[in-house]
Design a protein around this ligand. Sequence first.
Ligand SMILES: *Cc1c(COP(=O)(O)O)cnc(C)c1O
Length: 368
Amino acid sequence: MKKNIYVTQPSLPDLEDFIVYLRQIWESKMLTNNGPFHQQFEKELADFLGVKHISVFTNTTLALMISLRALEIKGEVITTPYTFVATSHALHWNNIKPVFCDIKYADGNIDESKIEALITPETSAIMPVLTYGHPCDFKKISEIAKAHGLKVIYDAAHAFNVKEDGASVLNFGDLAILSFHATKIFNTFEGGAIICHDQKTKERIDYLKNFGFKDEVTVVGPGINAKMNEFQAALGLLQLKKVNSYIEKNKAIHDIYENALKNIKGIGLFAKKQSIDYNYSYYPILVKDDFPLTRDQLYDKLKKNGIYARRYFYPLVTEFKPYNSMVKAKSDLEIAYKVADQILCLPIYPGLASDEVDRIINLIYEEK
Ligand SMILES: *Cc1c(COP(=O)(O)O)cnc(C)c1O
């Protein structure tokens, strides 16, 4: 019996190392509320990523929701349907209407040439996604935002430590949001963060994630509880020491897939640019019409053989309630629907052995 292989598997530091931190938590009795690990983690994380101000969260969905509150976003926000449903949910929970823009076939990111046509007097922001960590056209998006007085919030859940020309992509936009969920390359079991550009904005975000408390007796607004606890922050500190090795191991797996699959008729790969340091957290392929199997047939075949690839992102957010009623014509989201129908993310994680990668490649080769 061959063992089952899932699309990802969380990477963890040595348990012995974590126990040292747990002892400190047991002794200090500081479990949450901006404790010593929380403070140290924010500092080390900002240094590691090359960003100035960061606020860590118990999860990303709450971070996305607070990012909208922090900038007082209202009305309509232009985003894409090719994402995890939390992007749109964060808007919906703030009574903001998501307006869905199509994506580009080349990288799965928002098609910046289609943004301006969607702007109305109600539009207050653009919320693009850095799909699979692929950088957006930051320059163009920022020009559009400036011309129309819009804020930009990047859902950078996939973009931990991604760099373009050596600089972090997390510094673009007014805010960028990271995810440390168990399925991401860098995890704190659950967790997330908001990156911003000034101390004042960080303070506002910090108040909002702690019920709006500025000090013991002052509440500055309707905050919520979205704080990261000491347990998560301690794990984050240990993960920071390991994450470069996770990325290196994923790159090695990426390279095996890339070499094996780049010249197969009917299999499309997203182009990689020399100027970008990727984090290799996903290995997405496009199963096109001229591949002998449909995407779902290949997905089922892999599954029968114990390989649990994932159709990520499928279905599109615009297939779910209440967003399905917000789409006027599916043809406006033609590329998003096409990519959602062709996409298959193959297993990739640091613990995946190269002979297991070969097993997956061979199952694809059998069909070519
Ligand atoms: C994982 C993810 C989220 C949500 O993150 P959580 O930490 O699970 O709340 C949001 N957006 C995208 C694009 C994601 O991949």
